[in-house]
Ligand binder design. Sequence first.
Ligand code: 5GP
Length: 191
Amino acid sequence: MKKGLLIILSGPSGVGKGTVRKIVMRDKSLNLAYSISMTTREPRAKEKDGVDYFFVSNEVFEENVANGNLLEHAEFVGNKYGTPSDYVEKLRNEGKNVILEIEVNGAKQVLTKIDKKDRVTIFLLPPSIEELESRIRHRRSETEDIIQARLEKAKREMSEQNKYDYVVVNDTVNRAASAIKSIIRRSINRL
Ligand code: 5GP
């Protein structure tokens, strides 16, 4: 069996990566699986442990870093996030095409570890910075300080879009999802 493709989906916090990814994953013909990350962040209202993230203490996170269990990891506005490598490997060995929804510093680490032919990188952009701010505010889960920090970080992240294989604008979620599905389909075909 052919080993699955690694799909890296990045883009600023609040751009709608999760929403678009969920629509993309409805297409069963793409044989996709989602890599659940580990984080030290507190769960938001509707988030579930083991579904949205593995929510862990700082101590457990650092243990995983020390034991080399993470394919990549990064700090983002005061919290740590990382991708457990054994889970991603297991899924790819089963032939699944695995989506990592991660920020830009983690994405850079993956580029150094996974061969170009085995991966595709996609950057999701908001239609404008104003639209991004409004989306972050609508989430209503964060304090003003955190919102400002996420917006600052978003501007820095957006300057890295040219390092990705593809840039997709999230003007409407369905349009963005179909663009991403075509990119994934093409990348699978060239594997
Ligand atoms: P949030 O707190 O909004 O869920 O996530 C903050 C940022 O961290 C988002 O850009 C999200 O995609 C990213 N992120 C989530 N999981 C990981 C991960 O495992 N590694 C890295 N590097 N970033 C992640």
